[in-house]
Every structure is written in structure tokens, then in C-alpha cells.
Design a protein around this ligand. Structure first.
Ligand SMILES: CC(C)(COP(=O)(O)OP(=O)(O)OC[C@H]1O[C@@H](n2cnc3c(N)ncnc32)[C@H](O)[C@@H]1OP(=O)(O)O)[C@@H](O)C(=O)NCCC(=O)NCCSC(=O)C[C@@H](O)CCCCCCCCCCCCC(=O)O
Length: 726
């Protein structure tokens, strides 16, 4: 709702009220309209202030309305016009946030005052839409085309001080913003308002408007990576430069409706709520975010200053958690320290641009050591050494003896068994997996893996740590590869099998990049280093000296196996780091991949050796085999209770594996393709490749299809688990 009150003798105060973020639901809009009409009709009211409840102006339209049948009633534009037409001055008092429709309401007001801590923005693009309440037409008139384009096509939040410089707000205050707005409104009584009505203003002209716009469009398209909204945001702003206000609004509405019905908006809005849903974690034995409380982390330690450790230290420093970095010897320590300092210098530069500081030269904040004894007083340790069980166990055993009894022990592993690591400690209830993604100070995902004995407090503490580090924590159960890498395995396996059968690395990558992945599986493998998987396969006895003599080249444990990645590693082709992998690079450490004729002839020799008949493989088959195998594994994961819902898998894939957000994550995507279609295709491919178990459709997928393809929200209700993982 919106509360109507008298703020001063002649000023009416309309307070948007819909906790927690004062989203503009149909009820709020109705109340806002009623408040405006009441103020207009009351001759004793001479001015109006609009503000929000609980120190927040508004987070914009209630996103849930867009997927409800009542969306036709969301007539925010006409209400904003009503505000702007008012003969009585209307002042917006912006505290906390004014986002989306919230900022559009403020743009309809004649004046805007913001609290110094407030943030403003039009983030509709991030949920697949554009500002649909005349914001694409008013904002350029207020702050000009370049700034409006930046704000609308990126959806970024603008801090109050920047908003003042841009002219987005008229005043920034540190005091009570509503009182300041009421004072301003009182002063404005009786003054002319015409020039304050943005719809009546012209869009400021640029000398080179056409060239500017065509350059801007190119940049927007490049950033969009298959996402429709940024380009349509651009079109709406361009319309503001070409059309009178009313026609521009009509264009905005037309483009908004295209987006609303595009499917991408649905996927992005699903992703928005999925990210929030995973914060409310539960485990199969009933532990949950509701009853578990996190412990404070006042000091942390990171063991191992390799690529992952460096990023983790950087994340902790950025989160203002004092941290100790530990290495095995002085040589490694010095290399690690230099690398961390370099990362932090870069981060500090970025943060200074946003008027923030990063304190890392103070030894109380960041310390480096080779001495385990220094870890006696830390509250939490993150071990980030080499992916080797024996080494990890040795470290955990040592930690368990040195660290104080309350300290939490986390392992940054991408696949290893948390229970086995915990078994060598005196506190398995405080041991947990924290799987960071590289580069750890950039990637948002933190996969949090509980073991058999992990306590709810430990899970809650790891989740809290994720939040403080501005990461998305996703709680999952313990199995080889957890969720992310376990689903990735069948995907990359199919990619390699496709090479055996006739594709080239660049064919497979192109199909998956066109689908929207940031990089395809082979470019990804070159980036991560082929030696990482090679080492793991050697440890598993799949290749290398421990392989039993006489094992067929293309078969392991009775199933199909491709030795192609192993053969590349044997030739020293580890990817970018060696300048050669599935592609060639300009030099060792180079980043620009070029298809490699050597690989093409190597593949054709390989096919000849193994008498594989090369065939043409179309895009559809590449996409379906890679994605559907991954999705089928996802259904197994759900059925086993490793993740508590499809949103978990989707959040992991979007934030850790470059899955295109506008496709909502693999499980959401599966629901849009239709489970019967996925099942039918998997059955077809499985019949063609009976020696590939990863192409056999998951029993849970089959069950859902048999139950009539229920919507994604209902999937979990079809599982009747007898056992659990805790
Ligand atoms: C606001 C935030 C920055 C706060 O972040 P914080 O971390 O503090 O908290 P959370 O993110 O956890 O949020 C707390 C809580 O609130 C929920 N929530 C947040 N924002 C919204 C929202 N806008 N709507 C609904 N719910 C919201 C969140 O889910 C949490 O809930 P929980 O249960 O988990 O506790 C941050 O939350 C944030 O960034 N929010 C999103 C901001 C945003 O994207 N705003 C834009 C919204 S879209 C919009 O405003 C559109 C407008 O431009 C115009 C709309 C008018 C269009 C009219 C056209 C009608 C169409 C009819 C045509 C039909 C045609 C046809 O059918 O054919």
C-alpha cells in the first residue's frame, strides 16, 4: 500500500509501503494513485512528497507480477504522468534504493532529493526488460543520451554522489531525507513547474548523434552476448532522440511487450528469484537456514597461495576479514605474496574509482607466513592446496591439532570426498567444502559442500562467509564432483566423443558459444589447463602407468572412453599455458585461440587408427548431446538429494560455469524445451551409443515425464526419498 499523511501544514506525504523493498505491486500503485488524487483534491494541500517505508524508496515494479495474469493492470506509466502533471510541486525523497519503476516514479516528480547513501538505477535490463514506465524517455531528457544509455543498458546502480553530478538528483543530504524533501516542497509552493516536467523538455543534442549512436549500438551488442534486452533498451533510448515524448512512450511500450513475451525475461526473472531461493538452504536431515546461526569470522587463514589461494585471500581482504596466507616454504610464500599484492593493487584501483578504499598494507589485516603456529587464533581456515587427497589429509590433521577447537576448517576442493578429509580431524562437524571458482576474487559462485558430520552452524557460517565476500553460496551434498563438476563431466565427455566421430573443436565450441556459453568446452579446457584433468584421470587409474596392461584404448570398465585428451597431454599440449592445446595460441600463455591444422590432421589419423568412420555432425546433435547429458546428470543429482532443488543447479551453472543467464540455467532450460523432448532425444542417442551410460536418461526424468511433465516448481514433490546424505 501507500500511506497518506500530512508532513507539514501544507505538504502531503505519500509513503510507499510494501516490505521489504516497497516493490510496486498493484495494491501499492492503486494506493499511490489514490494518494495523488486526494492531495490534488484537497485545497489545503499545496505540495506533495513521495518517499518509501523503512528507509527505502522502492525497488521498482513487483517482479512477480510479470508472470501473473494480472500484469495488464500494472499501469505505472499513467500514474507517473499524473505525478508530473500535478499543479502542486511533488518532491521525491530517495532513501536506500530507487530502482526500476521506483526511479521512474522519482523521475515523474518535479524535484528529487537523495540521501548520501542512496543508490539509484534502472536494472530492468538484468531481468530481461526495459524501463517500461516512461523511464527510457524521461532519463535521456534529464541527463543526456550517453549517461542514460550507460545506466539503462547496464542496469548498474548509481551512488547518490554520482547521481548529483549527473543531474539525476537535485540535492544530496546526510540528514533526514523526508524532512529535507518536505522543507523543499514547502519552499516550492506557488513556483512555476513547467521547466521541471521532463516530458516537456527536449533531449539534449549531441554534435555527432548519429555516429555516437551507431558506435554505442555496436558496444551494446558486443556486451549482450545473445541477450535481447540491452539492444531493445538501446532502441527505446534512440526513439527518445527521434520522436516526440508521447510517440517515444508508445515505442517504449511496444519494445517492452516484445521483451515481456520473449522467454528471456522469464528466464532472467527465474534466475533472480533462484539466486535468492538458494540463500534459504536446507539439507535432507532437516537442518536449515531458519534454525542455524552463523558464527562470526574475525580472522581467517588461507593455506596455499597458488592461483586459487591468491584469489581467496583477495576476496577475504576485500570483505575486510583479517587474513593470514600460509605457504610451505619461503620461496613459494614470496611468489604467492607478490601475486596477492598485485591482485590487491588492481582491486584497490578499481575500488578507488568508486570512492572506496582497500586496506591491505596493514599486517593486522594481511599477514604471510610459513609457520602453522600462526594459525592458532584464526576462526576459519580455507585450505587451497593441490587437489591431492593425501596432502589434504596431512594438512587437515595438522590443522586439527593446531587450530583452536571452535575454528572451522574448509577445503577448497572441486571433487574430493569431504568425509574422508574430515575423518582425519578431531572436529568433523566443523569441516566443510568451499569450492571456489577461478579467478576466485572475480567469480561469484561458492559451492558449499556439507559432509556426513558437518553441523548446521558450520553450513550457516560458510553461507555467511559467502555473503560477506559478495558471493552466491549454494549448499550441496557430498559426491564426486559435487554438483557443478559432476554435471560438467558428461558435457565435456560428449564434446570429446563428438571429436572422435567427426567434429572439430571449433565446431563444438561455436555451437555452444552461439547457445550463449561464454566459452565452449575446448576453449575452456585450454584455459583451465588440460593437465588438471589428466592428473585426475591418472589418480583414478584411467590412464598413465597404473592402467592395467591390455586395457582397450577406447574403453574403461566396460564403457566408452576417449583417450584424446590424454594423448594431447602426452604431447605436452596443456592449453594456453603451453601455447597449444585443442587450439594454437600466439605464444605460451597467449589468449587468442586459432584453429590448429595440426589438431585436424591428428584427429583424422586418430579416426583412421581406430577405424572410426568420420561423419558430418550437425549443430542440433552437438547441442543436444552436450546439454542433455548434463541435464540428465542434474536429474540424478536431484533424485539423490545432493541438491535441494533445480534452482541450486541453475544458480551454480549461471554463476560458475558461464551458462547464459538469459536461458535460466540448465534445469530451467530443460523445462522450456519440455521434459518429454529431452527424454526422447536421450533415448535416441543412448540407443546409438549403448556404451555411454551418461546418455541414458535419468530415472527421475523418466518419472517426471510419466507424471505428465509437471512445471519445474513441482518437480521435487515427485521425489520420495527414503535415505538422506547426512
Ligand atoms: C532491491 C535490491 C537491491 C535489494 O537487495 P538486498 O540484497 O537487500 O535484498 P534481496 O535482493 O534479498 O531482496 C529482498 C527481498 O525482496 C524481494 N524483491 C526485491 N526486489 C523485488 C522486486 N522488484 N519485486 C519483487 N520482489 C522483490 C527479493 O526477492 C527478496 O525476497 P525474499 O522473499 O527472498 O526475501 C534487490 O532485491 C534488487 O536488485 N531487486 C530488483 C530490482 C529490480 O530489478 N527492479 C526493477 C523491477 S522491473 C520494473 O520496475 C519495471 C518498470 O520499469 C515498469 C513496469 C511497468 C510496466 C507496465 C507494463 C505492464 C505490462 C502489461 C502488458 C501486457 C502485455 C501482454 O500480456 O501481452
Amino acid at each position: 500500500m501507500a500511506q497518506y499523511a500530512r508532513g507539514a501544514a501544507a505538504v502531503a506525504v505519500i509513503r510507499l509501503r510494501n516490505p521489504p523493498v516497497n516493490a510496486l505491486s498493484l495494491t501499492v500503485l492503486q494506493a499511490l494513485e489514490d494518494g495523488l488524487k486526494r492531495a490534488d483534491a484537497d485545497p489545503s494541500v499545496k505540495a506533495v512528497t513521495i518517499c518509501g517505508e523503512n528507509g527505502k524508496f522502492s525497488a521498482g515494479a513487483d517482479i512477480r507480477v510479470f508472470s501473473s495474469p494480472k500484469k495488464q493492470g500494472l499501469g505505472l506509466g499513467p500514474i507517473i504522468s499524473l505525478i508530473e502533471r500535478s499543479e502542486k510541486p511533488v518532491v521525491a525523497a530517495i532513501e536506500g534504493i530507487a530502482l526500476g519503476g521506483g526511479l521512474e516514479v522519482a523521475l515523474g516528480c518535479h524535484y528529487r532529493i537523495a540521501h548520501v547513501q542512496a543508490r539509484m538505477g534502472l536494472p530492468e535490463v538484468t531481468i530481461g526488460l526495459l524501463p517500461g514506465a516512461e523511464g527510457t524517455q524521461r532519463l535521456p531528457r534529464l541527463i543526456g543520451i550517453p549517461a542514460a544509455l550507460d545506466i539503462i543498458t547496464t542496469g548498474r546502480h548509481v551512488p547518490a554522489t554520482e547521481a548529483l553530478k549527473l543531474g539525476l538528483v537535485d540535492e544530496v543530504v546526510e540528514e533526514n531525507t523526508v524532512e529535507a524533501a518536505i522543507r523543499l516542497a514547502t519552499k516550492l509552493i506557488g513556483q512555476p513547474l513547467g521547466h521541471r516536467r521532463l516530458s516537456l523538455r527536449p533531449v539534449p543534442r549531441l554534435p555527432n548523434m548519429e555516429a555516437f549512436l551507431s558506435d554505442a549500438l555496436m558496444k551494446v551488442k558486443k556486451r549482450a552476448q545473445g541477450c535481447l534486452a540491452p539492444e531493445l533498451c538501446f532502441q527505446a533510448i534512440k526513439a527518445a532522440t527521434e520522436l516526440p515524448f508521447a510517440d517515444g512512450v508508445r515505442k517504449e511500450r511496444e519494445l517492452f511487450n516484445i521483451l515481456l513475451t520473449s522467454g528471456q525475461a522469464k528466464a532472467l526473472q527465474y534466475a533472480f528469484f533462484a539466486e535468492r531461493a538458494v540463500e534459504k538452504w536446507t539439507t535432507p536431515n532437516g537442518a536449515s537456514w531458519k534454525s542455524a546461526s552463523p558464527q562470526p569470522i574475525r580472522k581467517a587463514a588461507v593455506i596455499g597461495l597458488g592461483t586459487m589461494g591468491r584469489g581467496i585471500v583477495t576476496s577475504l581482504v576485500k570483505a575486510k576479514i583479517p587474513v593470514v596466507g600460509l605457504e610451505q616454504d619461503l620461496e613459494y610464500l614470496n611468489t604467492g605474496r607478490k601475486a596477492v599484492m598485485l591482485l590487491l593493487e588492481r582491486e584497490a584501483m578499481k575500488m578507488e574509482q568508486g570512492a572506496q578504499t582497500l586496506d591491505f598494507h596493514n599486517p593486522a589485516r594481511l599477514q604471510f607466513t610459513v609457520d602453522f603456529d600462526v594459525l592458532r587464533d584464526v576462526d576459519l581456515v580455507i585450505e587451497a592446496v593441490f587437489e591431492n587427497m593425501a596432502l589434504k589429509k596431512e594438512i587437515f590433521n595438522k590443522l586439527s591439532r593446531i587450530c583452536k577447537p571452535e575454528a572451522f576448517l574448509c577445503t577448497n576442493t572441486s571433487a574430493l570426498n569431504i568425509d574422508e578429509i574430515a575423518s582425519v580431524t578431531n572436529r568433523p562437524q566443523q569441516v566443510i567444502g568451499t569450492h571456489f571458482f577461478s579467478p576466485a576474487h572475480v567469480m561469484r559462485l561458492l559451492e558449499i559442500i556439507y559432509g556426513r558430520h558437518t553441523s548446521p552452524t558450520t553450513i550457516a557460517t560458510a553461507m555467511q562467509l559467502a555473503k560477506v565476500m559478495k558471493k552466491v553460496g549454494v549448499v550441496v551434498g557430498n559426491c564426486f564432483g559435487f554438483v557443478g563438476n559432476r554435471m560438467m563431466f558428461p558435457y565435456t565427455q560428449q564434446a570429446v566423443f563428438l571429436l572422435e566421430e567427426g567434429s572439430r573443436p571449433e565446431d563444438v565450441d561455436r555451437v555452444l558459444e552461439d547457445f550463449g556459453f561464454k566459452i565452449g568446452p575446448f576453449r575452456m579446457s585450454d584455459l583451465a589447463g588440460l593437465d588438471v584433468g589428466w592428473r585426475s584421470r591418472k589418480d583414478q587409474g584411467l590412464t598413465g602407468p597404473s592402467l592395467a596392461p591390455g586395457t582397450p584404448a577406447r574403453q574403461r570398465r566396460g564403457y566408452r572412453y576417449s583417450p584424446l585428451p590424454d594423448l594431447l597431454c602426452e604431447k605436452g599440449r596443456f592449453g594456453q599455458k603451453t601455447g597449444k592445446g585443442w587450439y594454437q595460441y600466439e605464444k605460451a600463455g597467449g589468449r587468442i585461440s586459432k584453429p590448429d591444422p595440426w589438431i585436424h590432421s591428428f584427429l583424422s589419423e586418430y579416426r583412421d587408427t581406430h577405424q572410426i568412420k568420420t561423419r558430418f555432425i550437425d549443430q542440433e546433435e552437438i547441442l543436444e548431446r552436450c546439454l542433455f547429458a548434463l541435464i540428465s546428470e542434474g536429474f540424478d543429482i536431484l533424485a539423490e538429494g545432493i541438491a535441494s532443488g533445480p534452482e541450486h543447479l541453475d544458480v551454480i551453472y549461471i554463476n560458475g560455469y558461464g551458462w547464459p543467464k538469459h536461458r535460466g540455467g540448465p534445469m530451467f532450460y530443460a523445462s522450456t524445451v519440455g521434459l518429454p523432448n529431452i527424454l526422447a532425444k536421450l533415448q535416441k542417442y543412448s540407443e546409438m551409443h549403448p556404451d555411454v551410460p551418461q546418455l541414458r536418461p535419468s530415472a527421475f526424468l523418466k518419472k517426471l515425464v510419466a507424471m505428465g511433465n509437471p512445471p519445474l516448481n513441482d518437480w521435487m514433490s515427485y521425489l520420495h526419498r527414503q535415505s538422506n546424505k547426512l
